[in-house]
Design a protein around this ligand. Structure first.
Ligand code: ATP
Ligand code: MG
Length: 214
């Protein structure tokens, strides 16, 4: 098999309308997903994922690799296999993000939320400050296990309420019988933007003390 570094170098990007788009990659790589910092591929014939950072985000590769080393041994985080200047290689997770679960109407039982909570606590015990834990950064493996990916911001010092707010939304909305279990992608994206702009009722209710974090 080709070296991970060679595979990472095969990924080429082009800037389009202010975002990076992957325009070429080795045939051993199949697209897995993309985010604000990187594109992720499965290395075919293996259970490994190659995360290649965009040209202006390559500094994150070392930071994320260092954090994965600190999380080593906690089963809810993928293991790190290698890292280089522009990439990391971690376990490939066969499964879906919580975002995809909502989009497809796949039930998210409370046990998964509890497992994710335990993983976040375990990360805190290792001196980290889990941040940026959002619906696309939490996966449910086909085995049923919860896996937290994208740990690059786990050492930031600023407190991030994402996970606490997700848990609040889960308890106060998702579990209610009237709440739809399937939400179209466009609406989920709109909710995400409104959340960032603090325009969701969760903020008003929190401000009035109607909602407290579970
Ligand atoms: N190990 C993995 N196994 C399977 N799919 C993955 C894996 N890592 C990432 N993905 C997919 O790729 C997407 C982007 O990955 P990731 O969240 O690591 O990128 P990012 O650019 O750091 O994201 P963000 O926008 O949250 O900063 C994920 O939402 C997920 O769908
Ligand atoms: Mg992400």
């Amino acid at each position: 098999m080709k070296r991970y570094k060679t595979l990472a170098e095969s990924v080429r990007f082009r800037r389009e309308h202010g975002t990076w788009k992957p325009i070429a990659h080795d045939e051993c790589l199949s697209f897995g997903g993309e985010g604000r910092s990187a594109v992720v591929y499965r290395i075919e014939g293996t259970d490994k994922a190659l995360k290649v950072f965009y040209p202006d985000k390559v500094h994150i590769a070392k930071e994320e690799a260092d954090i994965y080393k600190l999380l080593s041994g906690i089963s809810a985080f993928p293991a790190l296999h290698e890292s280089g200047g522009t990439y990391i290689v971690i376990d490939w997770i066969d499964g879906k993000t919580l975002f995809q679960c909502l989009e497809e109407g796949i039930d998210i039982p409370v046990e998964l939320i509890q497992e994710a909570d335990k993983a976040i606590l375990a990360a805190r015990k290792r001196g980290l400050n889990p941040s940026d834990v959002h619906l696309r950064n939490i996966m449910v493996a086909d085995s049923g296990q919860i896996v937290l990916i994208d740990v690059a911001r786990f050492r930031q010092t600023k407190d991030c309420m994402n996970w606490e707010d997700l848990k609040t939304a889960y308890t106060h909305f998702y579990t209610k019988p009237f709440f739809p279990k399937r939400i179209p992608k466009r609406l989920l994206n709109i909710i995400g933007v409104m959340y960032k702009k603090r325009l969701l009722p969760i903020y008003w209710r929190k401000a009035k003390g109607i909602i407290q974090h579970p």
